[in-house]
Ligand binder design. Structure first.
Ligand code: ARG
Length: 229
């Protein structure tokens, strides 16, 4: 609770894990994406500038980075889960997601069952990894540290398919027509922005910005920018 205190004065420091296009991705010297634009609205409201820290997802989702004051908030296409909510506090949900599967174009791997005896790539520390561990029976899961390594493994045939969030997979397929989203699993996820447990001052600012962005059209503008129809 209490007053709003930032880790670095004049900055709103964001922990994220690159690349997670179109939510956060490096473009030249800058990091751009849906989450970056959303957090920029928060920074603007606080009259500071956003500074991005690229760090492994494990430390983000465990609350470790926030607790160590590595950043003020975490915006990483991160799903709100009950386990995570024990170690960090979440803003209101700002984006709907579901797990999905990607494989090479024309692949017959259209369900987890079809992958029996095969290799399925997952991203370390993610809800997709948890989903695959629970639901893929008789499938060898192969763990990758980030999304780029995971998707390259699909392309090169190092794995037969991979599981990750629908938004990033559809973006990848759009740019890599030799791949295909072969299944969606309807896991009903929602992304939230993480803050240190008890940092209600910042969490309330974030919630207020999400609410006003949804009502004043800026959310739609950002959505259309990163998810062109
Ligand atoms: N939504 C998934 C989760 O929360 C994946 C997020 C991965 N994000 C990232 N920036 N690497 O587990």
């Amino acid at each position: 609770g209490g007053e709003l205190e930032l880790v670095k004065s004049g900055k709103l420091t964001t922990c994220t894990h690159l690349p997670y296009e179109p939510f956060q991705v490096r473009k030249g010297d800058a990091v751009v994406g849906f989450d970056v634009d959303l957090v920029d609205l928060v920074a603007k409201k606080l009259d500071v500038t956003q500074e991005i820290v690229d760090t492994p997802f494990e430390g983000i989702q465990s609350g470790e980075d926030l607790n160590a004051r590595k950043c003020d908030l975490a915006a990483a296409g991160m799903t709100i889960t009950p386990v995570r909510a024990k170690n960090l506090d979440f803003s209101a949900g700002y984006f709907d997601a579901t797990q999905a599967m990607i494989a090479k174009k024309g692949s017959s791997f259209t369900s987890l069952a079809s992958l029996e005896g095969k290799k399925l790539g997952v991203q370390q520390g993610t809800t997709g990894e948890t989903y695959a561990q629970k639901n893929a029976k008789g499938v060898t899961t192969v763990q990758f540290e980030d999304l780029a390594l995971l998707l390259t493994a699909v392309k090169t045939g190092q794995v037969d398919a991979a599981v990750n969030d629908n938004g990033v997979l559809f973006e990848y397929v759009r740019k890599n027509p030799d791949t295909q989203v072969t299944a969606e699993f309807d896991t009903g996820e929602e992304y939230g922005i993480g803050v240190r447990t008890g940092n209600d001052a910042l969490r309330k600012e974030i919630d207020a910005v999400i609410a006003s962005a949804k009502s004043d059209g800026s959310y739609d503008r950002i959505y259309k920018k990163w998810f062109p129809a």
